[in-house]
Design a protein around this ligand. Structure first.
Ligand code: NIG
Ligand code: FE
Length: 412
């Protein structure tokens, strides 16, 4: 199956060399080709260039992209898209003055979602989740990391991870799975935290590894959740099973979680709304990707990750949604890119780099995703006719996507 896209007004994120991430000042540069073509064979990008060099005139499908832009599909490296039910009552409670932490402390929050998920069948959980997966594919997401963490029992964590496996097997979107048993302490362990950590390490991890259900391991390292010592114990245990860390840190408090992640060679450290100079210094010279989740800041009205400080220190940055029922009930990467520009003062070039190539890096797939490079997977967005790529973040809330191609297939 071949597909030829011609007369592309501008082809974005063209990387002849297969680089794996962009950092610091490099992020200001978004390489593009004007008046371009793109040739796809089966699931791969096989050729691209300017129209005057287009020697191809035959393909099963020819798409004329006059006045339209083409860019790599978004790579969303942080989501909790598999969940049961919703938490719109907590949303109203927050409008009426309660904080996210106050709601969690009275049994809402993560434990509320865990309770609902424990009482939802695997089939029903799958049906609820694929509705969201189909929606984000239409919004241009071609690769998605999905976490467990609303199970909090052996059976329900396995249920979540099996649903993630089923999504991976049944949809063209690239999926990476992360085990987040350490998302919150279940009520019955509130006075026996060590007991729950033992369940994670000695019961959940061996079963998950045995069924090969996860690529990564995550911990919510935060005051009132998992301490530095808890995080260290869980990451070390995960390593025994080959699970690489990708952790939640510095959402509400900065107390050394970033340095701990770097020490454990975390692929990414995510959230970072509260970030200090020690955290920045810890990241320097490391291979760990900082990940910002601006829709979470927007929804909870908490500070935005200091993107300028991160990038101006020479570090890379990725952008992801954090799609979940509590802090971010949205999986729209277009909104993430807009919000990053509007609220975090990222330039459109920086935001697009952060949501494509660096997002792919933060989920360990940038050898095959995140840029227009020969041999990479054919995951691309074709926009509606728009004046320039600056228009994408500028026109926030507008859907500028005409066609999404994932794994070489047009998403209907
Ligand atoms: O990434 N911070 C921890 N976990 C999620 C939110 C969980 C929830 O409220 O359900 C997050 O924001
Ligand atoms: Fe999260």
């Amino acid at each position: 199956m071949s597909m030829l896209i011609i007369n592309i007004k501008e082809l974005l994120q063209v990387r002849n060399q297969n680089i794996f991430k962009v950092s610091g000042a490099e992020m200001k540069h978004l390489p593009t080709l004007k008046n371009a073509f793109l040739l796809i064979e089966d699931d791969k990008i096989v050729d691209y260039g300017t129209m005057d060099k287009c020697i191809h005139n035959q393909a099963k499908t020819i798409i004329d992209a006059t006045n339209k832009l083409v860019l790599p599909a978004w790579c969303d490296s942080h989501s909790h898209i598999v969940y049961a039910g919703n938490r719109e009552q907590e949303f109203v409670d927050r409008i009426n003055g309660l904080s996210y932490t106050e709601i969690a402390n009275r049994g809402g929050g993560i434990l509320n979602s865990a309770n609902t998920l424990q009482n939802t069948s695997e089939e029903e959980l799958y049906q609820q989740s694929i509705k969201r997966v189909k929606q984000v594919m239409k919004l241009g997401t071609g690769a998605l990391e999905i976490k467990s963490g609303y199970g909090l029992t052996v059976a329900s964590e396995l249920k979540m991870l099996r649903v993630i496996r089923r999504i991976k097997d049944n949809y063209p979107i690239k999926v990476k799975a992360t085990f987040l048993g350490a998302h919150a302490f279940p009520n019955e362990y509130i006075n026996n935290k060590k007991g729950y950590i033992d369940v994670i390490i000695n019961e959940m991890l061996p079963k998950i590894a045995n069924e090969n259900l996860a690529d990564y391991i995550d911990v919510f390292c935060e005051k009132g959740y998992f301490s530095l010592a808890d995080t260290e114990a869980i990451l070390s245990a995960g390593k025994q099973y080959g699970l690489i860390p990708k952790i939640h840190v510095n959402q509400f408090n900065a107390f050394g979680g970033v340095a701990l992640g770097v020490k454990h060679k975390a692929l990414s450290v995510d959230h970072l709304e509260e970030l200090n100079q020690e955290d920045i210094d810890a990241l320097k010279g490391s291979e760990t990707m900082p990940v910002a989740l601006p829709s979470c800041s927007f929804f909870l009205s908490i500070p935005y990750t200091p993107a300028r400080q991160i990038m101006d220190s020479g570090l890379p940055l990725a952008l992801a949604t954090d799609y979940n029922p509590g802090s971010t009930p949205s999986g729209n990467m277009n909104f993430v890119v807009s919000t990053a520009c509007i609220k975090m003062k990222m330039t459109p070039e920086e935001a697009i780099n952060a949501a494509t190539l660096n997002g792919a890096y933060a989920m360990g797939i940038s050898d095959n995703y995140g840029s227009i490079t020969k041999g990479k997977k054919a995951n691309v967005i074709i926009t509606n006719p728009i004046p320039s790529y600056n228009y994408l973040p500028y026109s926030f809330g507008e859907n500028n996507i005409e066609t999404v191609i994932i794994n070489g297939t047009i998403i209907k």
